[in-house]
Design a protein around this ligand. Structure first.
Ligand SMILES: Cc1ncc(C[n+]2csc(CCOP(=O)(O)OP(=O)(O)O)c2C)c(N)n1
Ligand SMILES: [Mg+2]
Length: 317
């Protein structure tokens, strides 16, 4: 933004980004899809943090949710199915100055991407990982995913999914060096916004499992939770996700939970009687991998080649 000074010279103000600066193409998801809510909350977090659009990159795999990079006015990489996290790790390794975000689905992350999921969490590079969990393969029209509820009818299990769903929270909490684990429904905008904001403020890999509405292919996944908030347990704590009275009114069940308490987080994640919402775990002191991998990036090409030559010389016979 520019202004005219009294002597008619130009005054260059600090740049200020509006929501419009973070808008990408028109989002093409089905009416009622929860992905819209995540997109809106993310735009607002970017605006509030005044993230420079050209210093930010959204990385995704394949799926409806993985279309997110197209809808954000930053750099973006719509990658390969199950490979959003290694791509993001690579970007952060070479460009630690970038604000890195990952958009991935339950199929993308917990099924074909299950290996990369575990290793990326352990590396704990500074990025926000948004998992759009709708309990179904949405883009390919209703196949069973690892989080499909038992008995839900899908095109691959027309008589109902046979296996109990895997638990993304217990698995993620069990990974060495994990540093941020949260869960939030997409249909509570203030809680969603505050959760993504806290994830963005955290230095390390922030794993945010968003329980996401897919009214077309997996209404059975989210509708019972939407209709009956008593199934959910809102986690409150001074170090947790800030919740105002409007949010508290929606959730009849609440519990104070200290996010530094890993065992308590695991107990909440394992408890099938209630679905925890909020911050389960945060460790601000976990090792951040780019602190090692980005060392020496400032070296010139000549210096790098000389270092490689020196290392190879050790193997000379
Ligand atoms: C290697 C590979 N295998 C399978 C596919 C087909 N495919 C595309 S998206 C998808 C599942 C997407 O589900 P999810 O990650 O849950 O995203 P959603 O569409 O539900 O948001 C599959 C199996 C593919 N594109 N690439
Ligand atoms: Mg899905």
């Amino acid at each position: 933004m520019f202004g005219l000074k009294a002597d008619w010279s130009l005054d260059v103000f600090e740049r200020y980004f509006t929501l419009g600066d973070y808008a990408g193409g028109e989002a093409r998801w089905c009416p009622g899809c929860g992905d819209f809510a995540v997109l809106n909350a993310t735009h607002r977090v970017l605006r509030d943090a005044q993230v420079e659009p050209e210093k930010s990159v959204f990385v995704s795999g394949i799926g409806c949710s993985s279309r997110m990079p197209h809808y954000v006015g930053t750099y973006g990489l719509h990658g390969l199915h199950g490979r959003a996290l290694p791509l993001a790790n690579g970007i952060k390794s070479r460009r630690p100055d970038l604000d890195v975000w990952v958009a991935t689905g339950d199929g993308d992350c917990f099924s074909i991407g299950a290996g990369p999921w575990i290793h990326a969490m352990r590396l704990n590079m500074d990025m926000v990982v948004l998992i759009f969990d709708n309990g179904i393969y949405g883009l390919t029209k209703k196949q069973t995913s690892p989080t499909t509820p038992t008995g839900m009818r899908t095109n691959t299990h027309p008589k109902g999914a046979l296996m109990p769903p895997l638990n993304p929270l217990t698995i993620t909490l069990g990974i060495t060096n994990i540093s941020f684990v949260a869960q939030v429904p997409d249909w509570n905008p203030p809680l969603l916004f505050e959760t993504i904001k806290a994830a963005h403020q955290h230095r390390g890999t922030s794993f945010v499992r968003v329980l996401q509405r897919c009214p077309v292919f997996s209404n059975e996944f989210s509708k019972p939770m939407q209709d009956n908030p008593e199934q959910m347990l809102l986690l409150t704590h001074a170090d947790g996700i800030p919740v105002d009275d409007a949010v508290k009114r929606v959730f009849p069940n609440q519990r104070e939970h200290d996010p530094s308490d890993w065992l308590g987080a695991m107990a909440l994640a394992r408890d099938t009687s209630m679905i925890p919402m909020g911050l389960l775990y945060r460790d601000p002191d976990a090792i951040v991998y780019e602190d090692f991998s980005a060392k020496g990036l400032e070296k010139t090409n000549e210096e790098k080649l000389a270092a490689i030559d020196k290392a190879l010389d050790k193997f000379a016979i």
